[in-house]
Design a binder for this molecule. Structure first.
Ligand code: DOR
Ligand code: ZN
Length: 493
């Protein structure tokens, strides 16, 4: 037993108990006890937070419960007044299979995901070889079966010279396609030619696919490199990959959307100017949404000199004023999704000379707690309920809607998969190297004091992660390749 607000409650870390199945006990409207009943939680949705609980049958949410309801169940979980978030959907991860498994694999990354409250991921196609076709998506799903804890989908990749494979992609395989407008160490397919890009936008619009953009302009960077040469140290990195690359690319993307009506989601927006342009474009009614990453909300360019290559990213970290503009976009509802851009590289790769060290960092495990910590720090007077509600929107509801998963995932709602996260919004703790689950074994947040901790993650009714007394426990790796529906309207909601 422990104390919360003066009330004795069961400690949630170890309170999943066999239920009392007394004679004559019946659930509301059903004869069998539920598989799992969660009580004593604050249920979080994008609309707000209410006290209550929920019941689970056959991996799905059977019903939501009022604060005093305790129907019979095979197992019960007392949340001790903590928050229960929907299982998070990270729509931007690089889990590196196939071909780059020395950096990451789905066994490690699945553990990192569920330890961070993420029960569904959508993986990026820049693997070796890259993922381009519907058939390859089926083969990749077979390869992953039985290897990971986390449910998953894929974004397809595309080449500029032949976007025709997009025509034979149905929602079973993908609802979205990643396009790189700038190259770097792990970007194999860069669409540089304007005529080819035009064709990609047209084909995606005809096929009803959403384009995900790495919107930085390769020509801008090439021009600067031809003048300044490659970066000599970590400190000057931002000057080599400046905001002008992002601004030019975003302006081009908006113009292409205007011409073709293609739905686009712009990834890892890093500067105030890009956020302004994209918000303005959405305001005119164009089907444009954008994503912000935890690292662009957590660090600034000065960190690149302090943290060295760990904070070397593509797009680069920017200034404090950019970071503040991104926070405003998060809390003000301009941002559609948060994505971790979990992009691990080995320590040895990161320690290469500045021009050769690949950009990217792991983040799927750190995302929820890092952004929650930032929200608390930035506005300690705001209600924790409102902050968590914002996170439920950006990390569950909106990605579910954008990528056609909203009939199964994204909310605590009867009929949907029983994916949820028990979160202690007040616990303060330090991220120690031993807690890192990614195969790369490091984190840019090491040594950070975090506010808010994932205590337990349940996916389709099964506990896949629990944490008590410094010990992490994981479930079995039965994450599934999910089906999706084509998002009903590709216009942002
Ligand atoms: O920093 C990054 N790393 N940005 C990307 O767009 C890709 C990623 C990677 O794959 O390493
Ligand atoms: Zn990425």
């Amino acid at each position: 037993m422990t104390e919360l607000h003066g009330q004795p409650v069961h400690a949630p870390g170890n309170s999943e108990q066999p239920a009392h199945e007394g004679p004559g006990q019946e659930g509301p409207g059903q004869e069998q006890p539920y598989d799992l009943v969660v009580t004593g939680v604050r249920l979080v949705s994008g609309d707000g937070v209410v006290a209550g609980g929920l019941a689970v049958s056959s991996g799905r949410i059977a019903c939501l419960l009022g604060p005093r309801e305790r129907p019979p169940a095979r197992r019960t979980l007392d949340g001790g007044g903590r928050h229960l978030l929907p299982g998070l959907i990270d729509s931007h991860v690089h889990f590196r299979t196939p071909g780059l498994t020395h950096k990451e694999d789905w066994a490690h990354a699945g553990r990192a995901a569920v330890a961070g409250g993420v029960t569904t991921v959508i993986d990026m196609p820049n693997t070796l070889p890259p993922l381009h076709t519907a058939e390859e998506a089926h083969r990749k799903a077979e390869l992953l079966a039985g290897t990971t804890l986390v449910d998953h989908r894929f974004h397809l990749g595309v080449t500029g010279d032949d976007p025709s494979p997009l025509r034979s992609v149905g929602p079973r395989e993908a609802t979205s396609v990643k396009v790189f407008l700038a190259g770097h160490h792990t970007a194999p397919d860069v669409v540089r030619d304007p005529a080819q890009l035009e064709k990609v936008f047209r084909t995606a619009a005809e096929a009803g696919l959403r384009l995900l953009l790495h919107a930085e302009d390769d020509a801008v960077f090439g021009l600067l490199d031809s003048w300044r040469g490659a970066p000599a140290g970590y400190g000057g990195y931002e000057r080599h990959r400046p905001r002008s690359g992002g601004i030019v690319a975003v302006a081009r993307v908006v113009e292409l959307v205007r011409r073709h009506g293609t739905a686009v989601h712009v990834l890892h927006v890093s500067s105030a100017e890009e956020a302004d342009l994209l918000t303005a474009a959405a305001h005119t009614g164009l089907p444009v949404t954008f994503e912000v990453t935890p690292h662009h909300l957590s660090f600034t360019a000065t960190e690149t000199s302090r943290t060295g290559a760990r904070a070397r990213l593509s797009p680069a970290l920017r200034d404090r004023s950019d970071r503040e503009r991104l926070w405003q976009a998060v809390v003000g509802g301009e941002v559609a999704t948060l994505g971790s851009d979990h992009a691990p590289h080995t320590r040895a790769e990161k320690l290469r000379p500045p021009a050769e060290a690949p950009p990217g960092l792991p983040g799927v495990q750190e995302m929820l707690t890092a952004v929650h910590t930032g929200l608390r720090r930035r506005a300690p007077e705001d209600s924790p309920d409102a902050q968590l509600s914002c996170l439920a929107r950006l990390l569950a509801e909106r990605p579910a809607g954008l990528f056609g998963l909203d009939e199964r995932k994204g909310r605590l709602r009867p009929g949907l998969d029983a994916d949820f996260v028990l979160f202690d919004a007040d616990e303060r703790w330090m991220l120690a190297p031993g807690a890192i689950q990614s195969k790369c074994g490091w984190s840019a947040y090491e040594g950070w004091t975090m506010t808010g901790r994932v205590l337990r993650t349940v996916r389709r009714g099964e506990t896949v992660y629990s944490h008590a007394d410094g010990q992490a426990e994981f479930g079995s790796p039965d994450g599934r390749w999910l089906d999706a529906r084509r998002p009903g309207d590709l216009v942002p909601r």
